[in-house]
Design a protein. Sequence first.
Lengths: 114, 117
Amino acid sequence: AQSVTQPDIHITVSEGASLELRCNYSYGATPYLFWYVQSPGQGLQLLLKYFSGDTLVQGIKGFEAEFKRSQSSFNLRKPSVHWSDAAEYFCAVVPPRRNYQLIWGAGTKLIIKP
Amino acid sequence: AAGVIQSPRHLIKEKRETATLKCYPIPRHDTVYWYQQGPGQDPQFLISFYEKMQSDKGSIPDRFSAQQFSDYHSELNMSSLELGDSALYFCASSPRTSGRGDTGELFFGEGSRLTVL
């Protein structure tokens, strides 16, 4: 089945450490790819997106993501996390020819250790 | 910059009651989407509208209905509420560009939290 997979339900990192959140999709053609962040009780904020072109995408709050076609992946990275990055992170795709219907990963909860 | 406005932010209802959520998209955005996010779950697509017409339908229960008005705001009407309808309801909007078409980017409101007792 076509889907979006975030294999890590929770990730715990120390403040100042680097971060990588994984996202894989299973569609024949490359979908549009997004990362959203949701702080507790808050709405969804777009971190970054990939449509085409340069496979390394820069986003807000110091995040970046790399699209790897061969691995059907769009992993989110940050070189040094801050306590305020603690939140849930969702990978989402707009499948080819599906006009905006976002398909969401299950989310990864990021916990920051002081 | 203007964002997607949702009201009310919080709503408490009893079982079998009705509820209406409102969404005001970003100016010049003509497409609106509704999502439902249960506790600890990812958002589930309910329904979308483009130019006041339903454009896509997801897992919206028959007890729910929605429409988009001439000013592009949208309302989600929920009847015969059940305990399982307790969730965070997100509205998102996006612009449709001419020519090649959409950007695929959705701008989300902060959500309306519905609690059914």
